[in-house]
Design a protein around this ligand. Sequence first.
Ligand SMILES: [Zn+2]
Ligand SMILES: [Zn+2]
Ligand SMILES: [Zn+2]
Length: 369
Amino acid sequence: MLLLLDSKLVVEQISARWKVRDAKLAPYRDEAHALLVRFSQWSARHVPREQNGRADALANEALDRALIGGPAWVTRRPEPAVSSGTKSAAAADSAALLHESASARAATRVTFMGCGASRGVPRVGCRCAVCLSRDLRNHRTRSAALVEWSDAASGAARAIVIDPGMDLRDQALRFGVDRLDGALVTHIHVDHTGGIDELRAYTDAQDEVLLLGAGPGTAAELRQRWEYAVDGRTAPGHGIPALRIEVAEPTLQIAGRPFEAIPIVHGKREAHGWRSGAFAYLTDVASVTAASRARLQGLDLLVVSALRDLPHPTHQTVDEALELIAALAPARAVLTHLDHDLDYEELAGRLPANVFAAFDGLVVAVPSR
Ligand SMILES: [Zn+2]
Ligand SMILES: [Zn+2]
Ligand SMILES: [Zn+2]
């Protein structure tokens, strides 16, 4: 999306190049960011008011409509000249790299519904600079991804969640996730499974038993902990999620699409990444064995966790994540599962050109192969 604004001040502030010094204005900047993160890409350009008469007219039209009780917005499709301008403006932006290989063929959309570590950012009670930051890209819910595609034969919209974690309900509301074809779990830790009970919203509304996919060890633990939801004794619509556990050995199918579970090293518990086509999602990585690395070749998009810069016994650092990315050589990579040690701007500023820091609401398109 391209914003054409007649205030250079607002353009620079909304792009986070200039600080918002007036405390009264900060909530408006935050509100704008909360709306903008829902677009896969956006940029803002300054256009002097005398050259922006059309926008001025549209704004006045919207104000007039609101005054007589109508909706306070007016929608117009951009003219061709405006959309080609959008392309060249976006090409200058390094973030456009995330999207340039996405074309009309793009078969998969990955939405980072959350990109935070197990406690989320800000942490409750923490007063560090990142936790107090007003930059919404530093506000991270627990890591979870929405993967969407269209069925090749029927054209039906398909959607799954990777890691129905502790913030699933809020994430589903924020990103409008109204139906699901299934959920995949990377490992048993609660930040990745704590939203499993929220899946009842889907099993109720869809009146169906939902697939919950995992590796064999994780599946066994899921069966124990969510025994009431997976034993098949309660039909959908009776107040608990009606789930069917499917073990990936190593691949399982969701609505005809294969997802391959790839073992990674995390802590003592079994953990897997998921690969489907040219996309792979690896979170809570301490390390990846040579055998698993061999199954992660030829990727367009690699999502990989990077907790912080200081070493951690069960999570790789940013530098270790970058080493893994260099070794696997995907076209593009996104870092997720970020803790409060990492400030978005600072982190984004030191990453290689094809590596990006996630933020809640980032959308990346992956072309089909
Ligand atoms: Zn985690
Ligand atoms: Zn903090
Ligand atoms: Zn974990």
